[in-house]
Ligand binder design. Structure first.
Ligand code: NAD
Length: 390
């Protein structure tokens, strides 16, 4: 590492890894020095003029040992995140791991137990949505207490519409063996992370999780979760990859009013006084507290969100910034998603924290019993059978 340049090696040059390669070409204080993919044809995604200046490996271990790499950016399918990140740290490399941190909580615990052994290394997650101005503003409003005590949250995220073609486009996708989960593990890690970032962790989770409701896949593509918090707040989290047109709408009810985040805009119907106080004191049975209708100004976006995280990691390595998304925070959103799936498939209420071993055993059984083969006629009913067996 020179004085102000941090050298990155990217493992996994697929959809996301090739995007990271492009961002590393323009990110401040960053330089791409190496890439790795077990499939050499992936390197063709990198422009020849870039490729000739970097090293291309087929084995992540080799990249992790490269003295010209300071940060290993892990952008492979989820099951490999933990082992590659551990190998990178053991070779004294900083790590930036794609979401999700791991497939299940016990694996995340294994990674974090290793990570604490390297306090001098920067360890981060690609939670790029934490850099979006509307999300930063919303967190600020909640943390400042602008909404008063929070009472109810409802987040509907059904604009993750995916076609069958998408699921068929990668062998690892949407199978217990290759991916380890569906909408909760692939599309929703951003919202699950933001959810815990905004509201903290619930004490109880109850959910339904439908396997292959809309697609010929064996994992969940439709989830409806209910949660309770220590302060009495309740929450709904609804996610699907099968609904079109979908919506991404977060409604937060606090004593001070109703806030709605949608399409990057925040609308706040702000009560002039706290609703429960008003209810206790009002002499009128049908009155409601007067409220102001406010649109909260959102600052313009800076650089592209993924690039912002890469630049933040470089700044942290140079000792110039704290991390936006530290690795250890990734376990919380993962635990939420795992708890929803566990509740849905076992038909039980999960009292948090989730028993990580129990979840690991459930997933191991799903992997063992997986009969997934793409596009065969008998597979069309497989998801129903999975739903019935849990
Ligand atoms: N942060 C985001 O917004 C975002 C968006 C999309 C994907 N992702 C994450 O990025 C990761 C990759 O997703 P993708 O869509 O790019 O997948 P992809 O299938 O397009 O690419 C994965 C690449 O990794 C390679 N690979 C697989 N195993 C490997 C190994 N052990 N060593 C080296 N290379 C290996 C494959 O050959 C492939 O080129 C996933 O974990 C996903 O959740 C994050």
């Amino acid at each position: 590492m020179s004085q102000d340049i941090v050298r990155f090696g990217v493992v996994g040059i697929g959809n996301m890894g090739s995007s990271h390669v492009r961002n590393l070409g323009i990110a401040a204080n960053c330089k791409l020095t190496a890439v790795c993919d077990c499939n050499s044809s992936a390197f063709e995604r990198i422009p020849a003029e870039v490729r000739e200046k970097i090293k291309c490996y087929n084995n992540a271990s080799e990249l992790c040992q490269d003295p010209d790499v300071d940060v290993v950016l892990v952008a492979v399918p989820h099951y490999f995140h933990v082992d590659i990140a551990i190998e990178a740290m053991r070779n004294n490399k900083h790590v930036l791991v794609e979401k999700p941190i791991a497939v299940h909580k016990a694996e995340a615990e294994r990674l974090l137990a290793e990570a604490v052994k390297y306090p001098h290394l920067v360890k981060a997650l690609m939670f790029n949505q934490r850099t979006l101005p509307a999300h930063i503003k919303l967190k600020e409003l909640i943390d400042k207490g602008e909404l008063g005590e929070l009472r109810r949250v409802c987040w509907t995220i059904t604009n993750w519409f995916r076609t069958q073609y998408y699921y068929d486009s990668g062998d690892w996708r949407a199978s217990w063996r290759g991916e380890g989960g569906g909408v909760l593990l692939n599309q929703c890690p951003h919202q699950l992370d933001l959810f815990q970032w905004f509201f903290g962790m619930p004490t109880m989770v109850r959910a339904s999780a439908k396997l292959g409701k809309y697609h010929d896949i064996e994992v969940e593509d439709d989830v409806n979760a209910y949660m309770e918090f220590a302060n009495g707040m309740t929450a709904n989290f609804i996610a699907s990859t099968g609904e079109a047109p979908g919506v991404n709408r977060l409604e937060i009810t606090g004593e001070r009013g109703l806030l709605i985040l949608e399409n990057g805009q925040i609308h706040f119907k702000r009560n002039e006084e706290e609703m429960t106080d008003y209810s206790r004191r009002s002499p009128n049975g049908f009155a409601a507290p007067p409220c102001w209708d406010c649109t909260i100004p959102i600052p313009a976006a800076g650089v592209v969100a993924h690039r912002a995280i890469i630049e933040n990691v470089a700044a942290a390595v140079l000792g110039k910034a704290g991390l936006i998304a530290p690795l250890e925070e990734g376990i919380r959103g993962l635990e939420l998603g795992n708890a929803m799936l566990y509740s849905g498939l076992k038909d039980v209420t999960v009292n948090m924290p989730l028993d990580s071993q129990a979840y690991a055993e459930m997933l191991a059984k799903l992997v063992e019993n997986s009969r997934w083969q793409k596009k065969t006629v008998e597979n069309t009913t497989q998801s129903d059978e999975f739903n019935k067996s849990f």
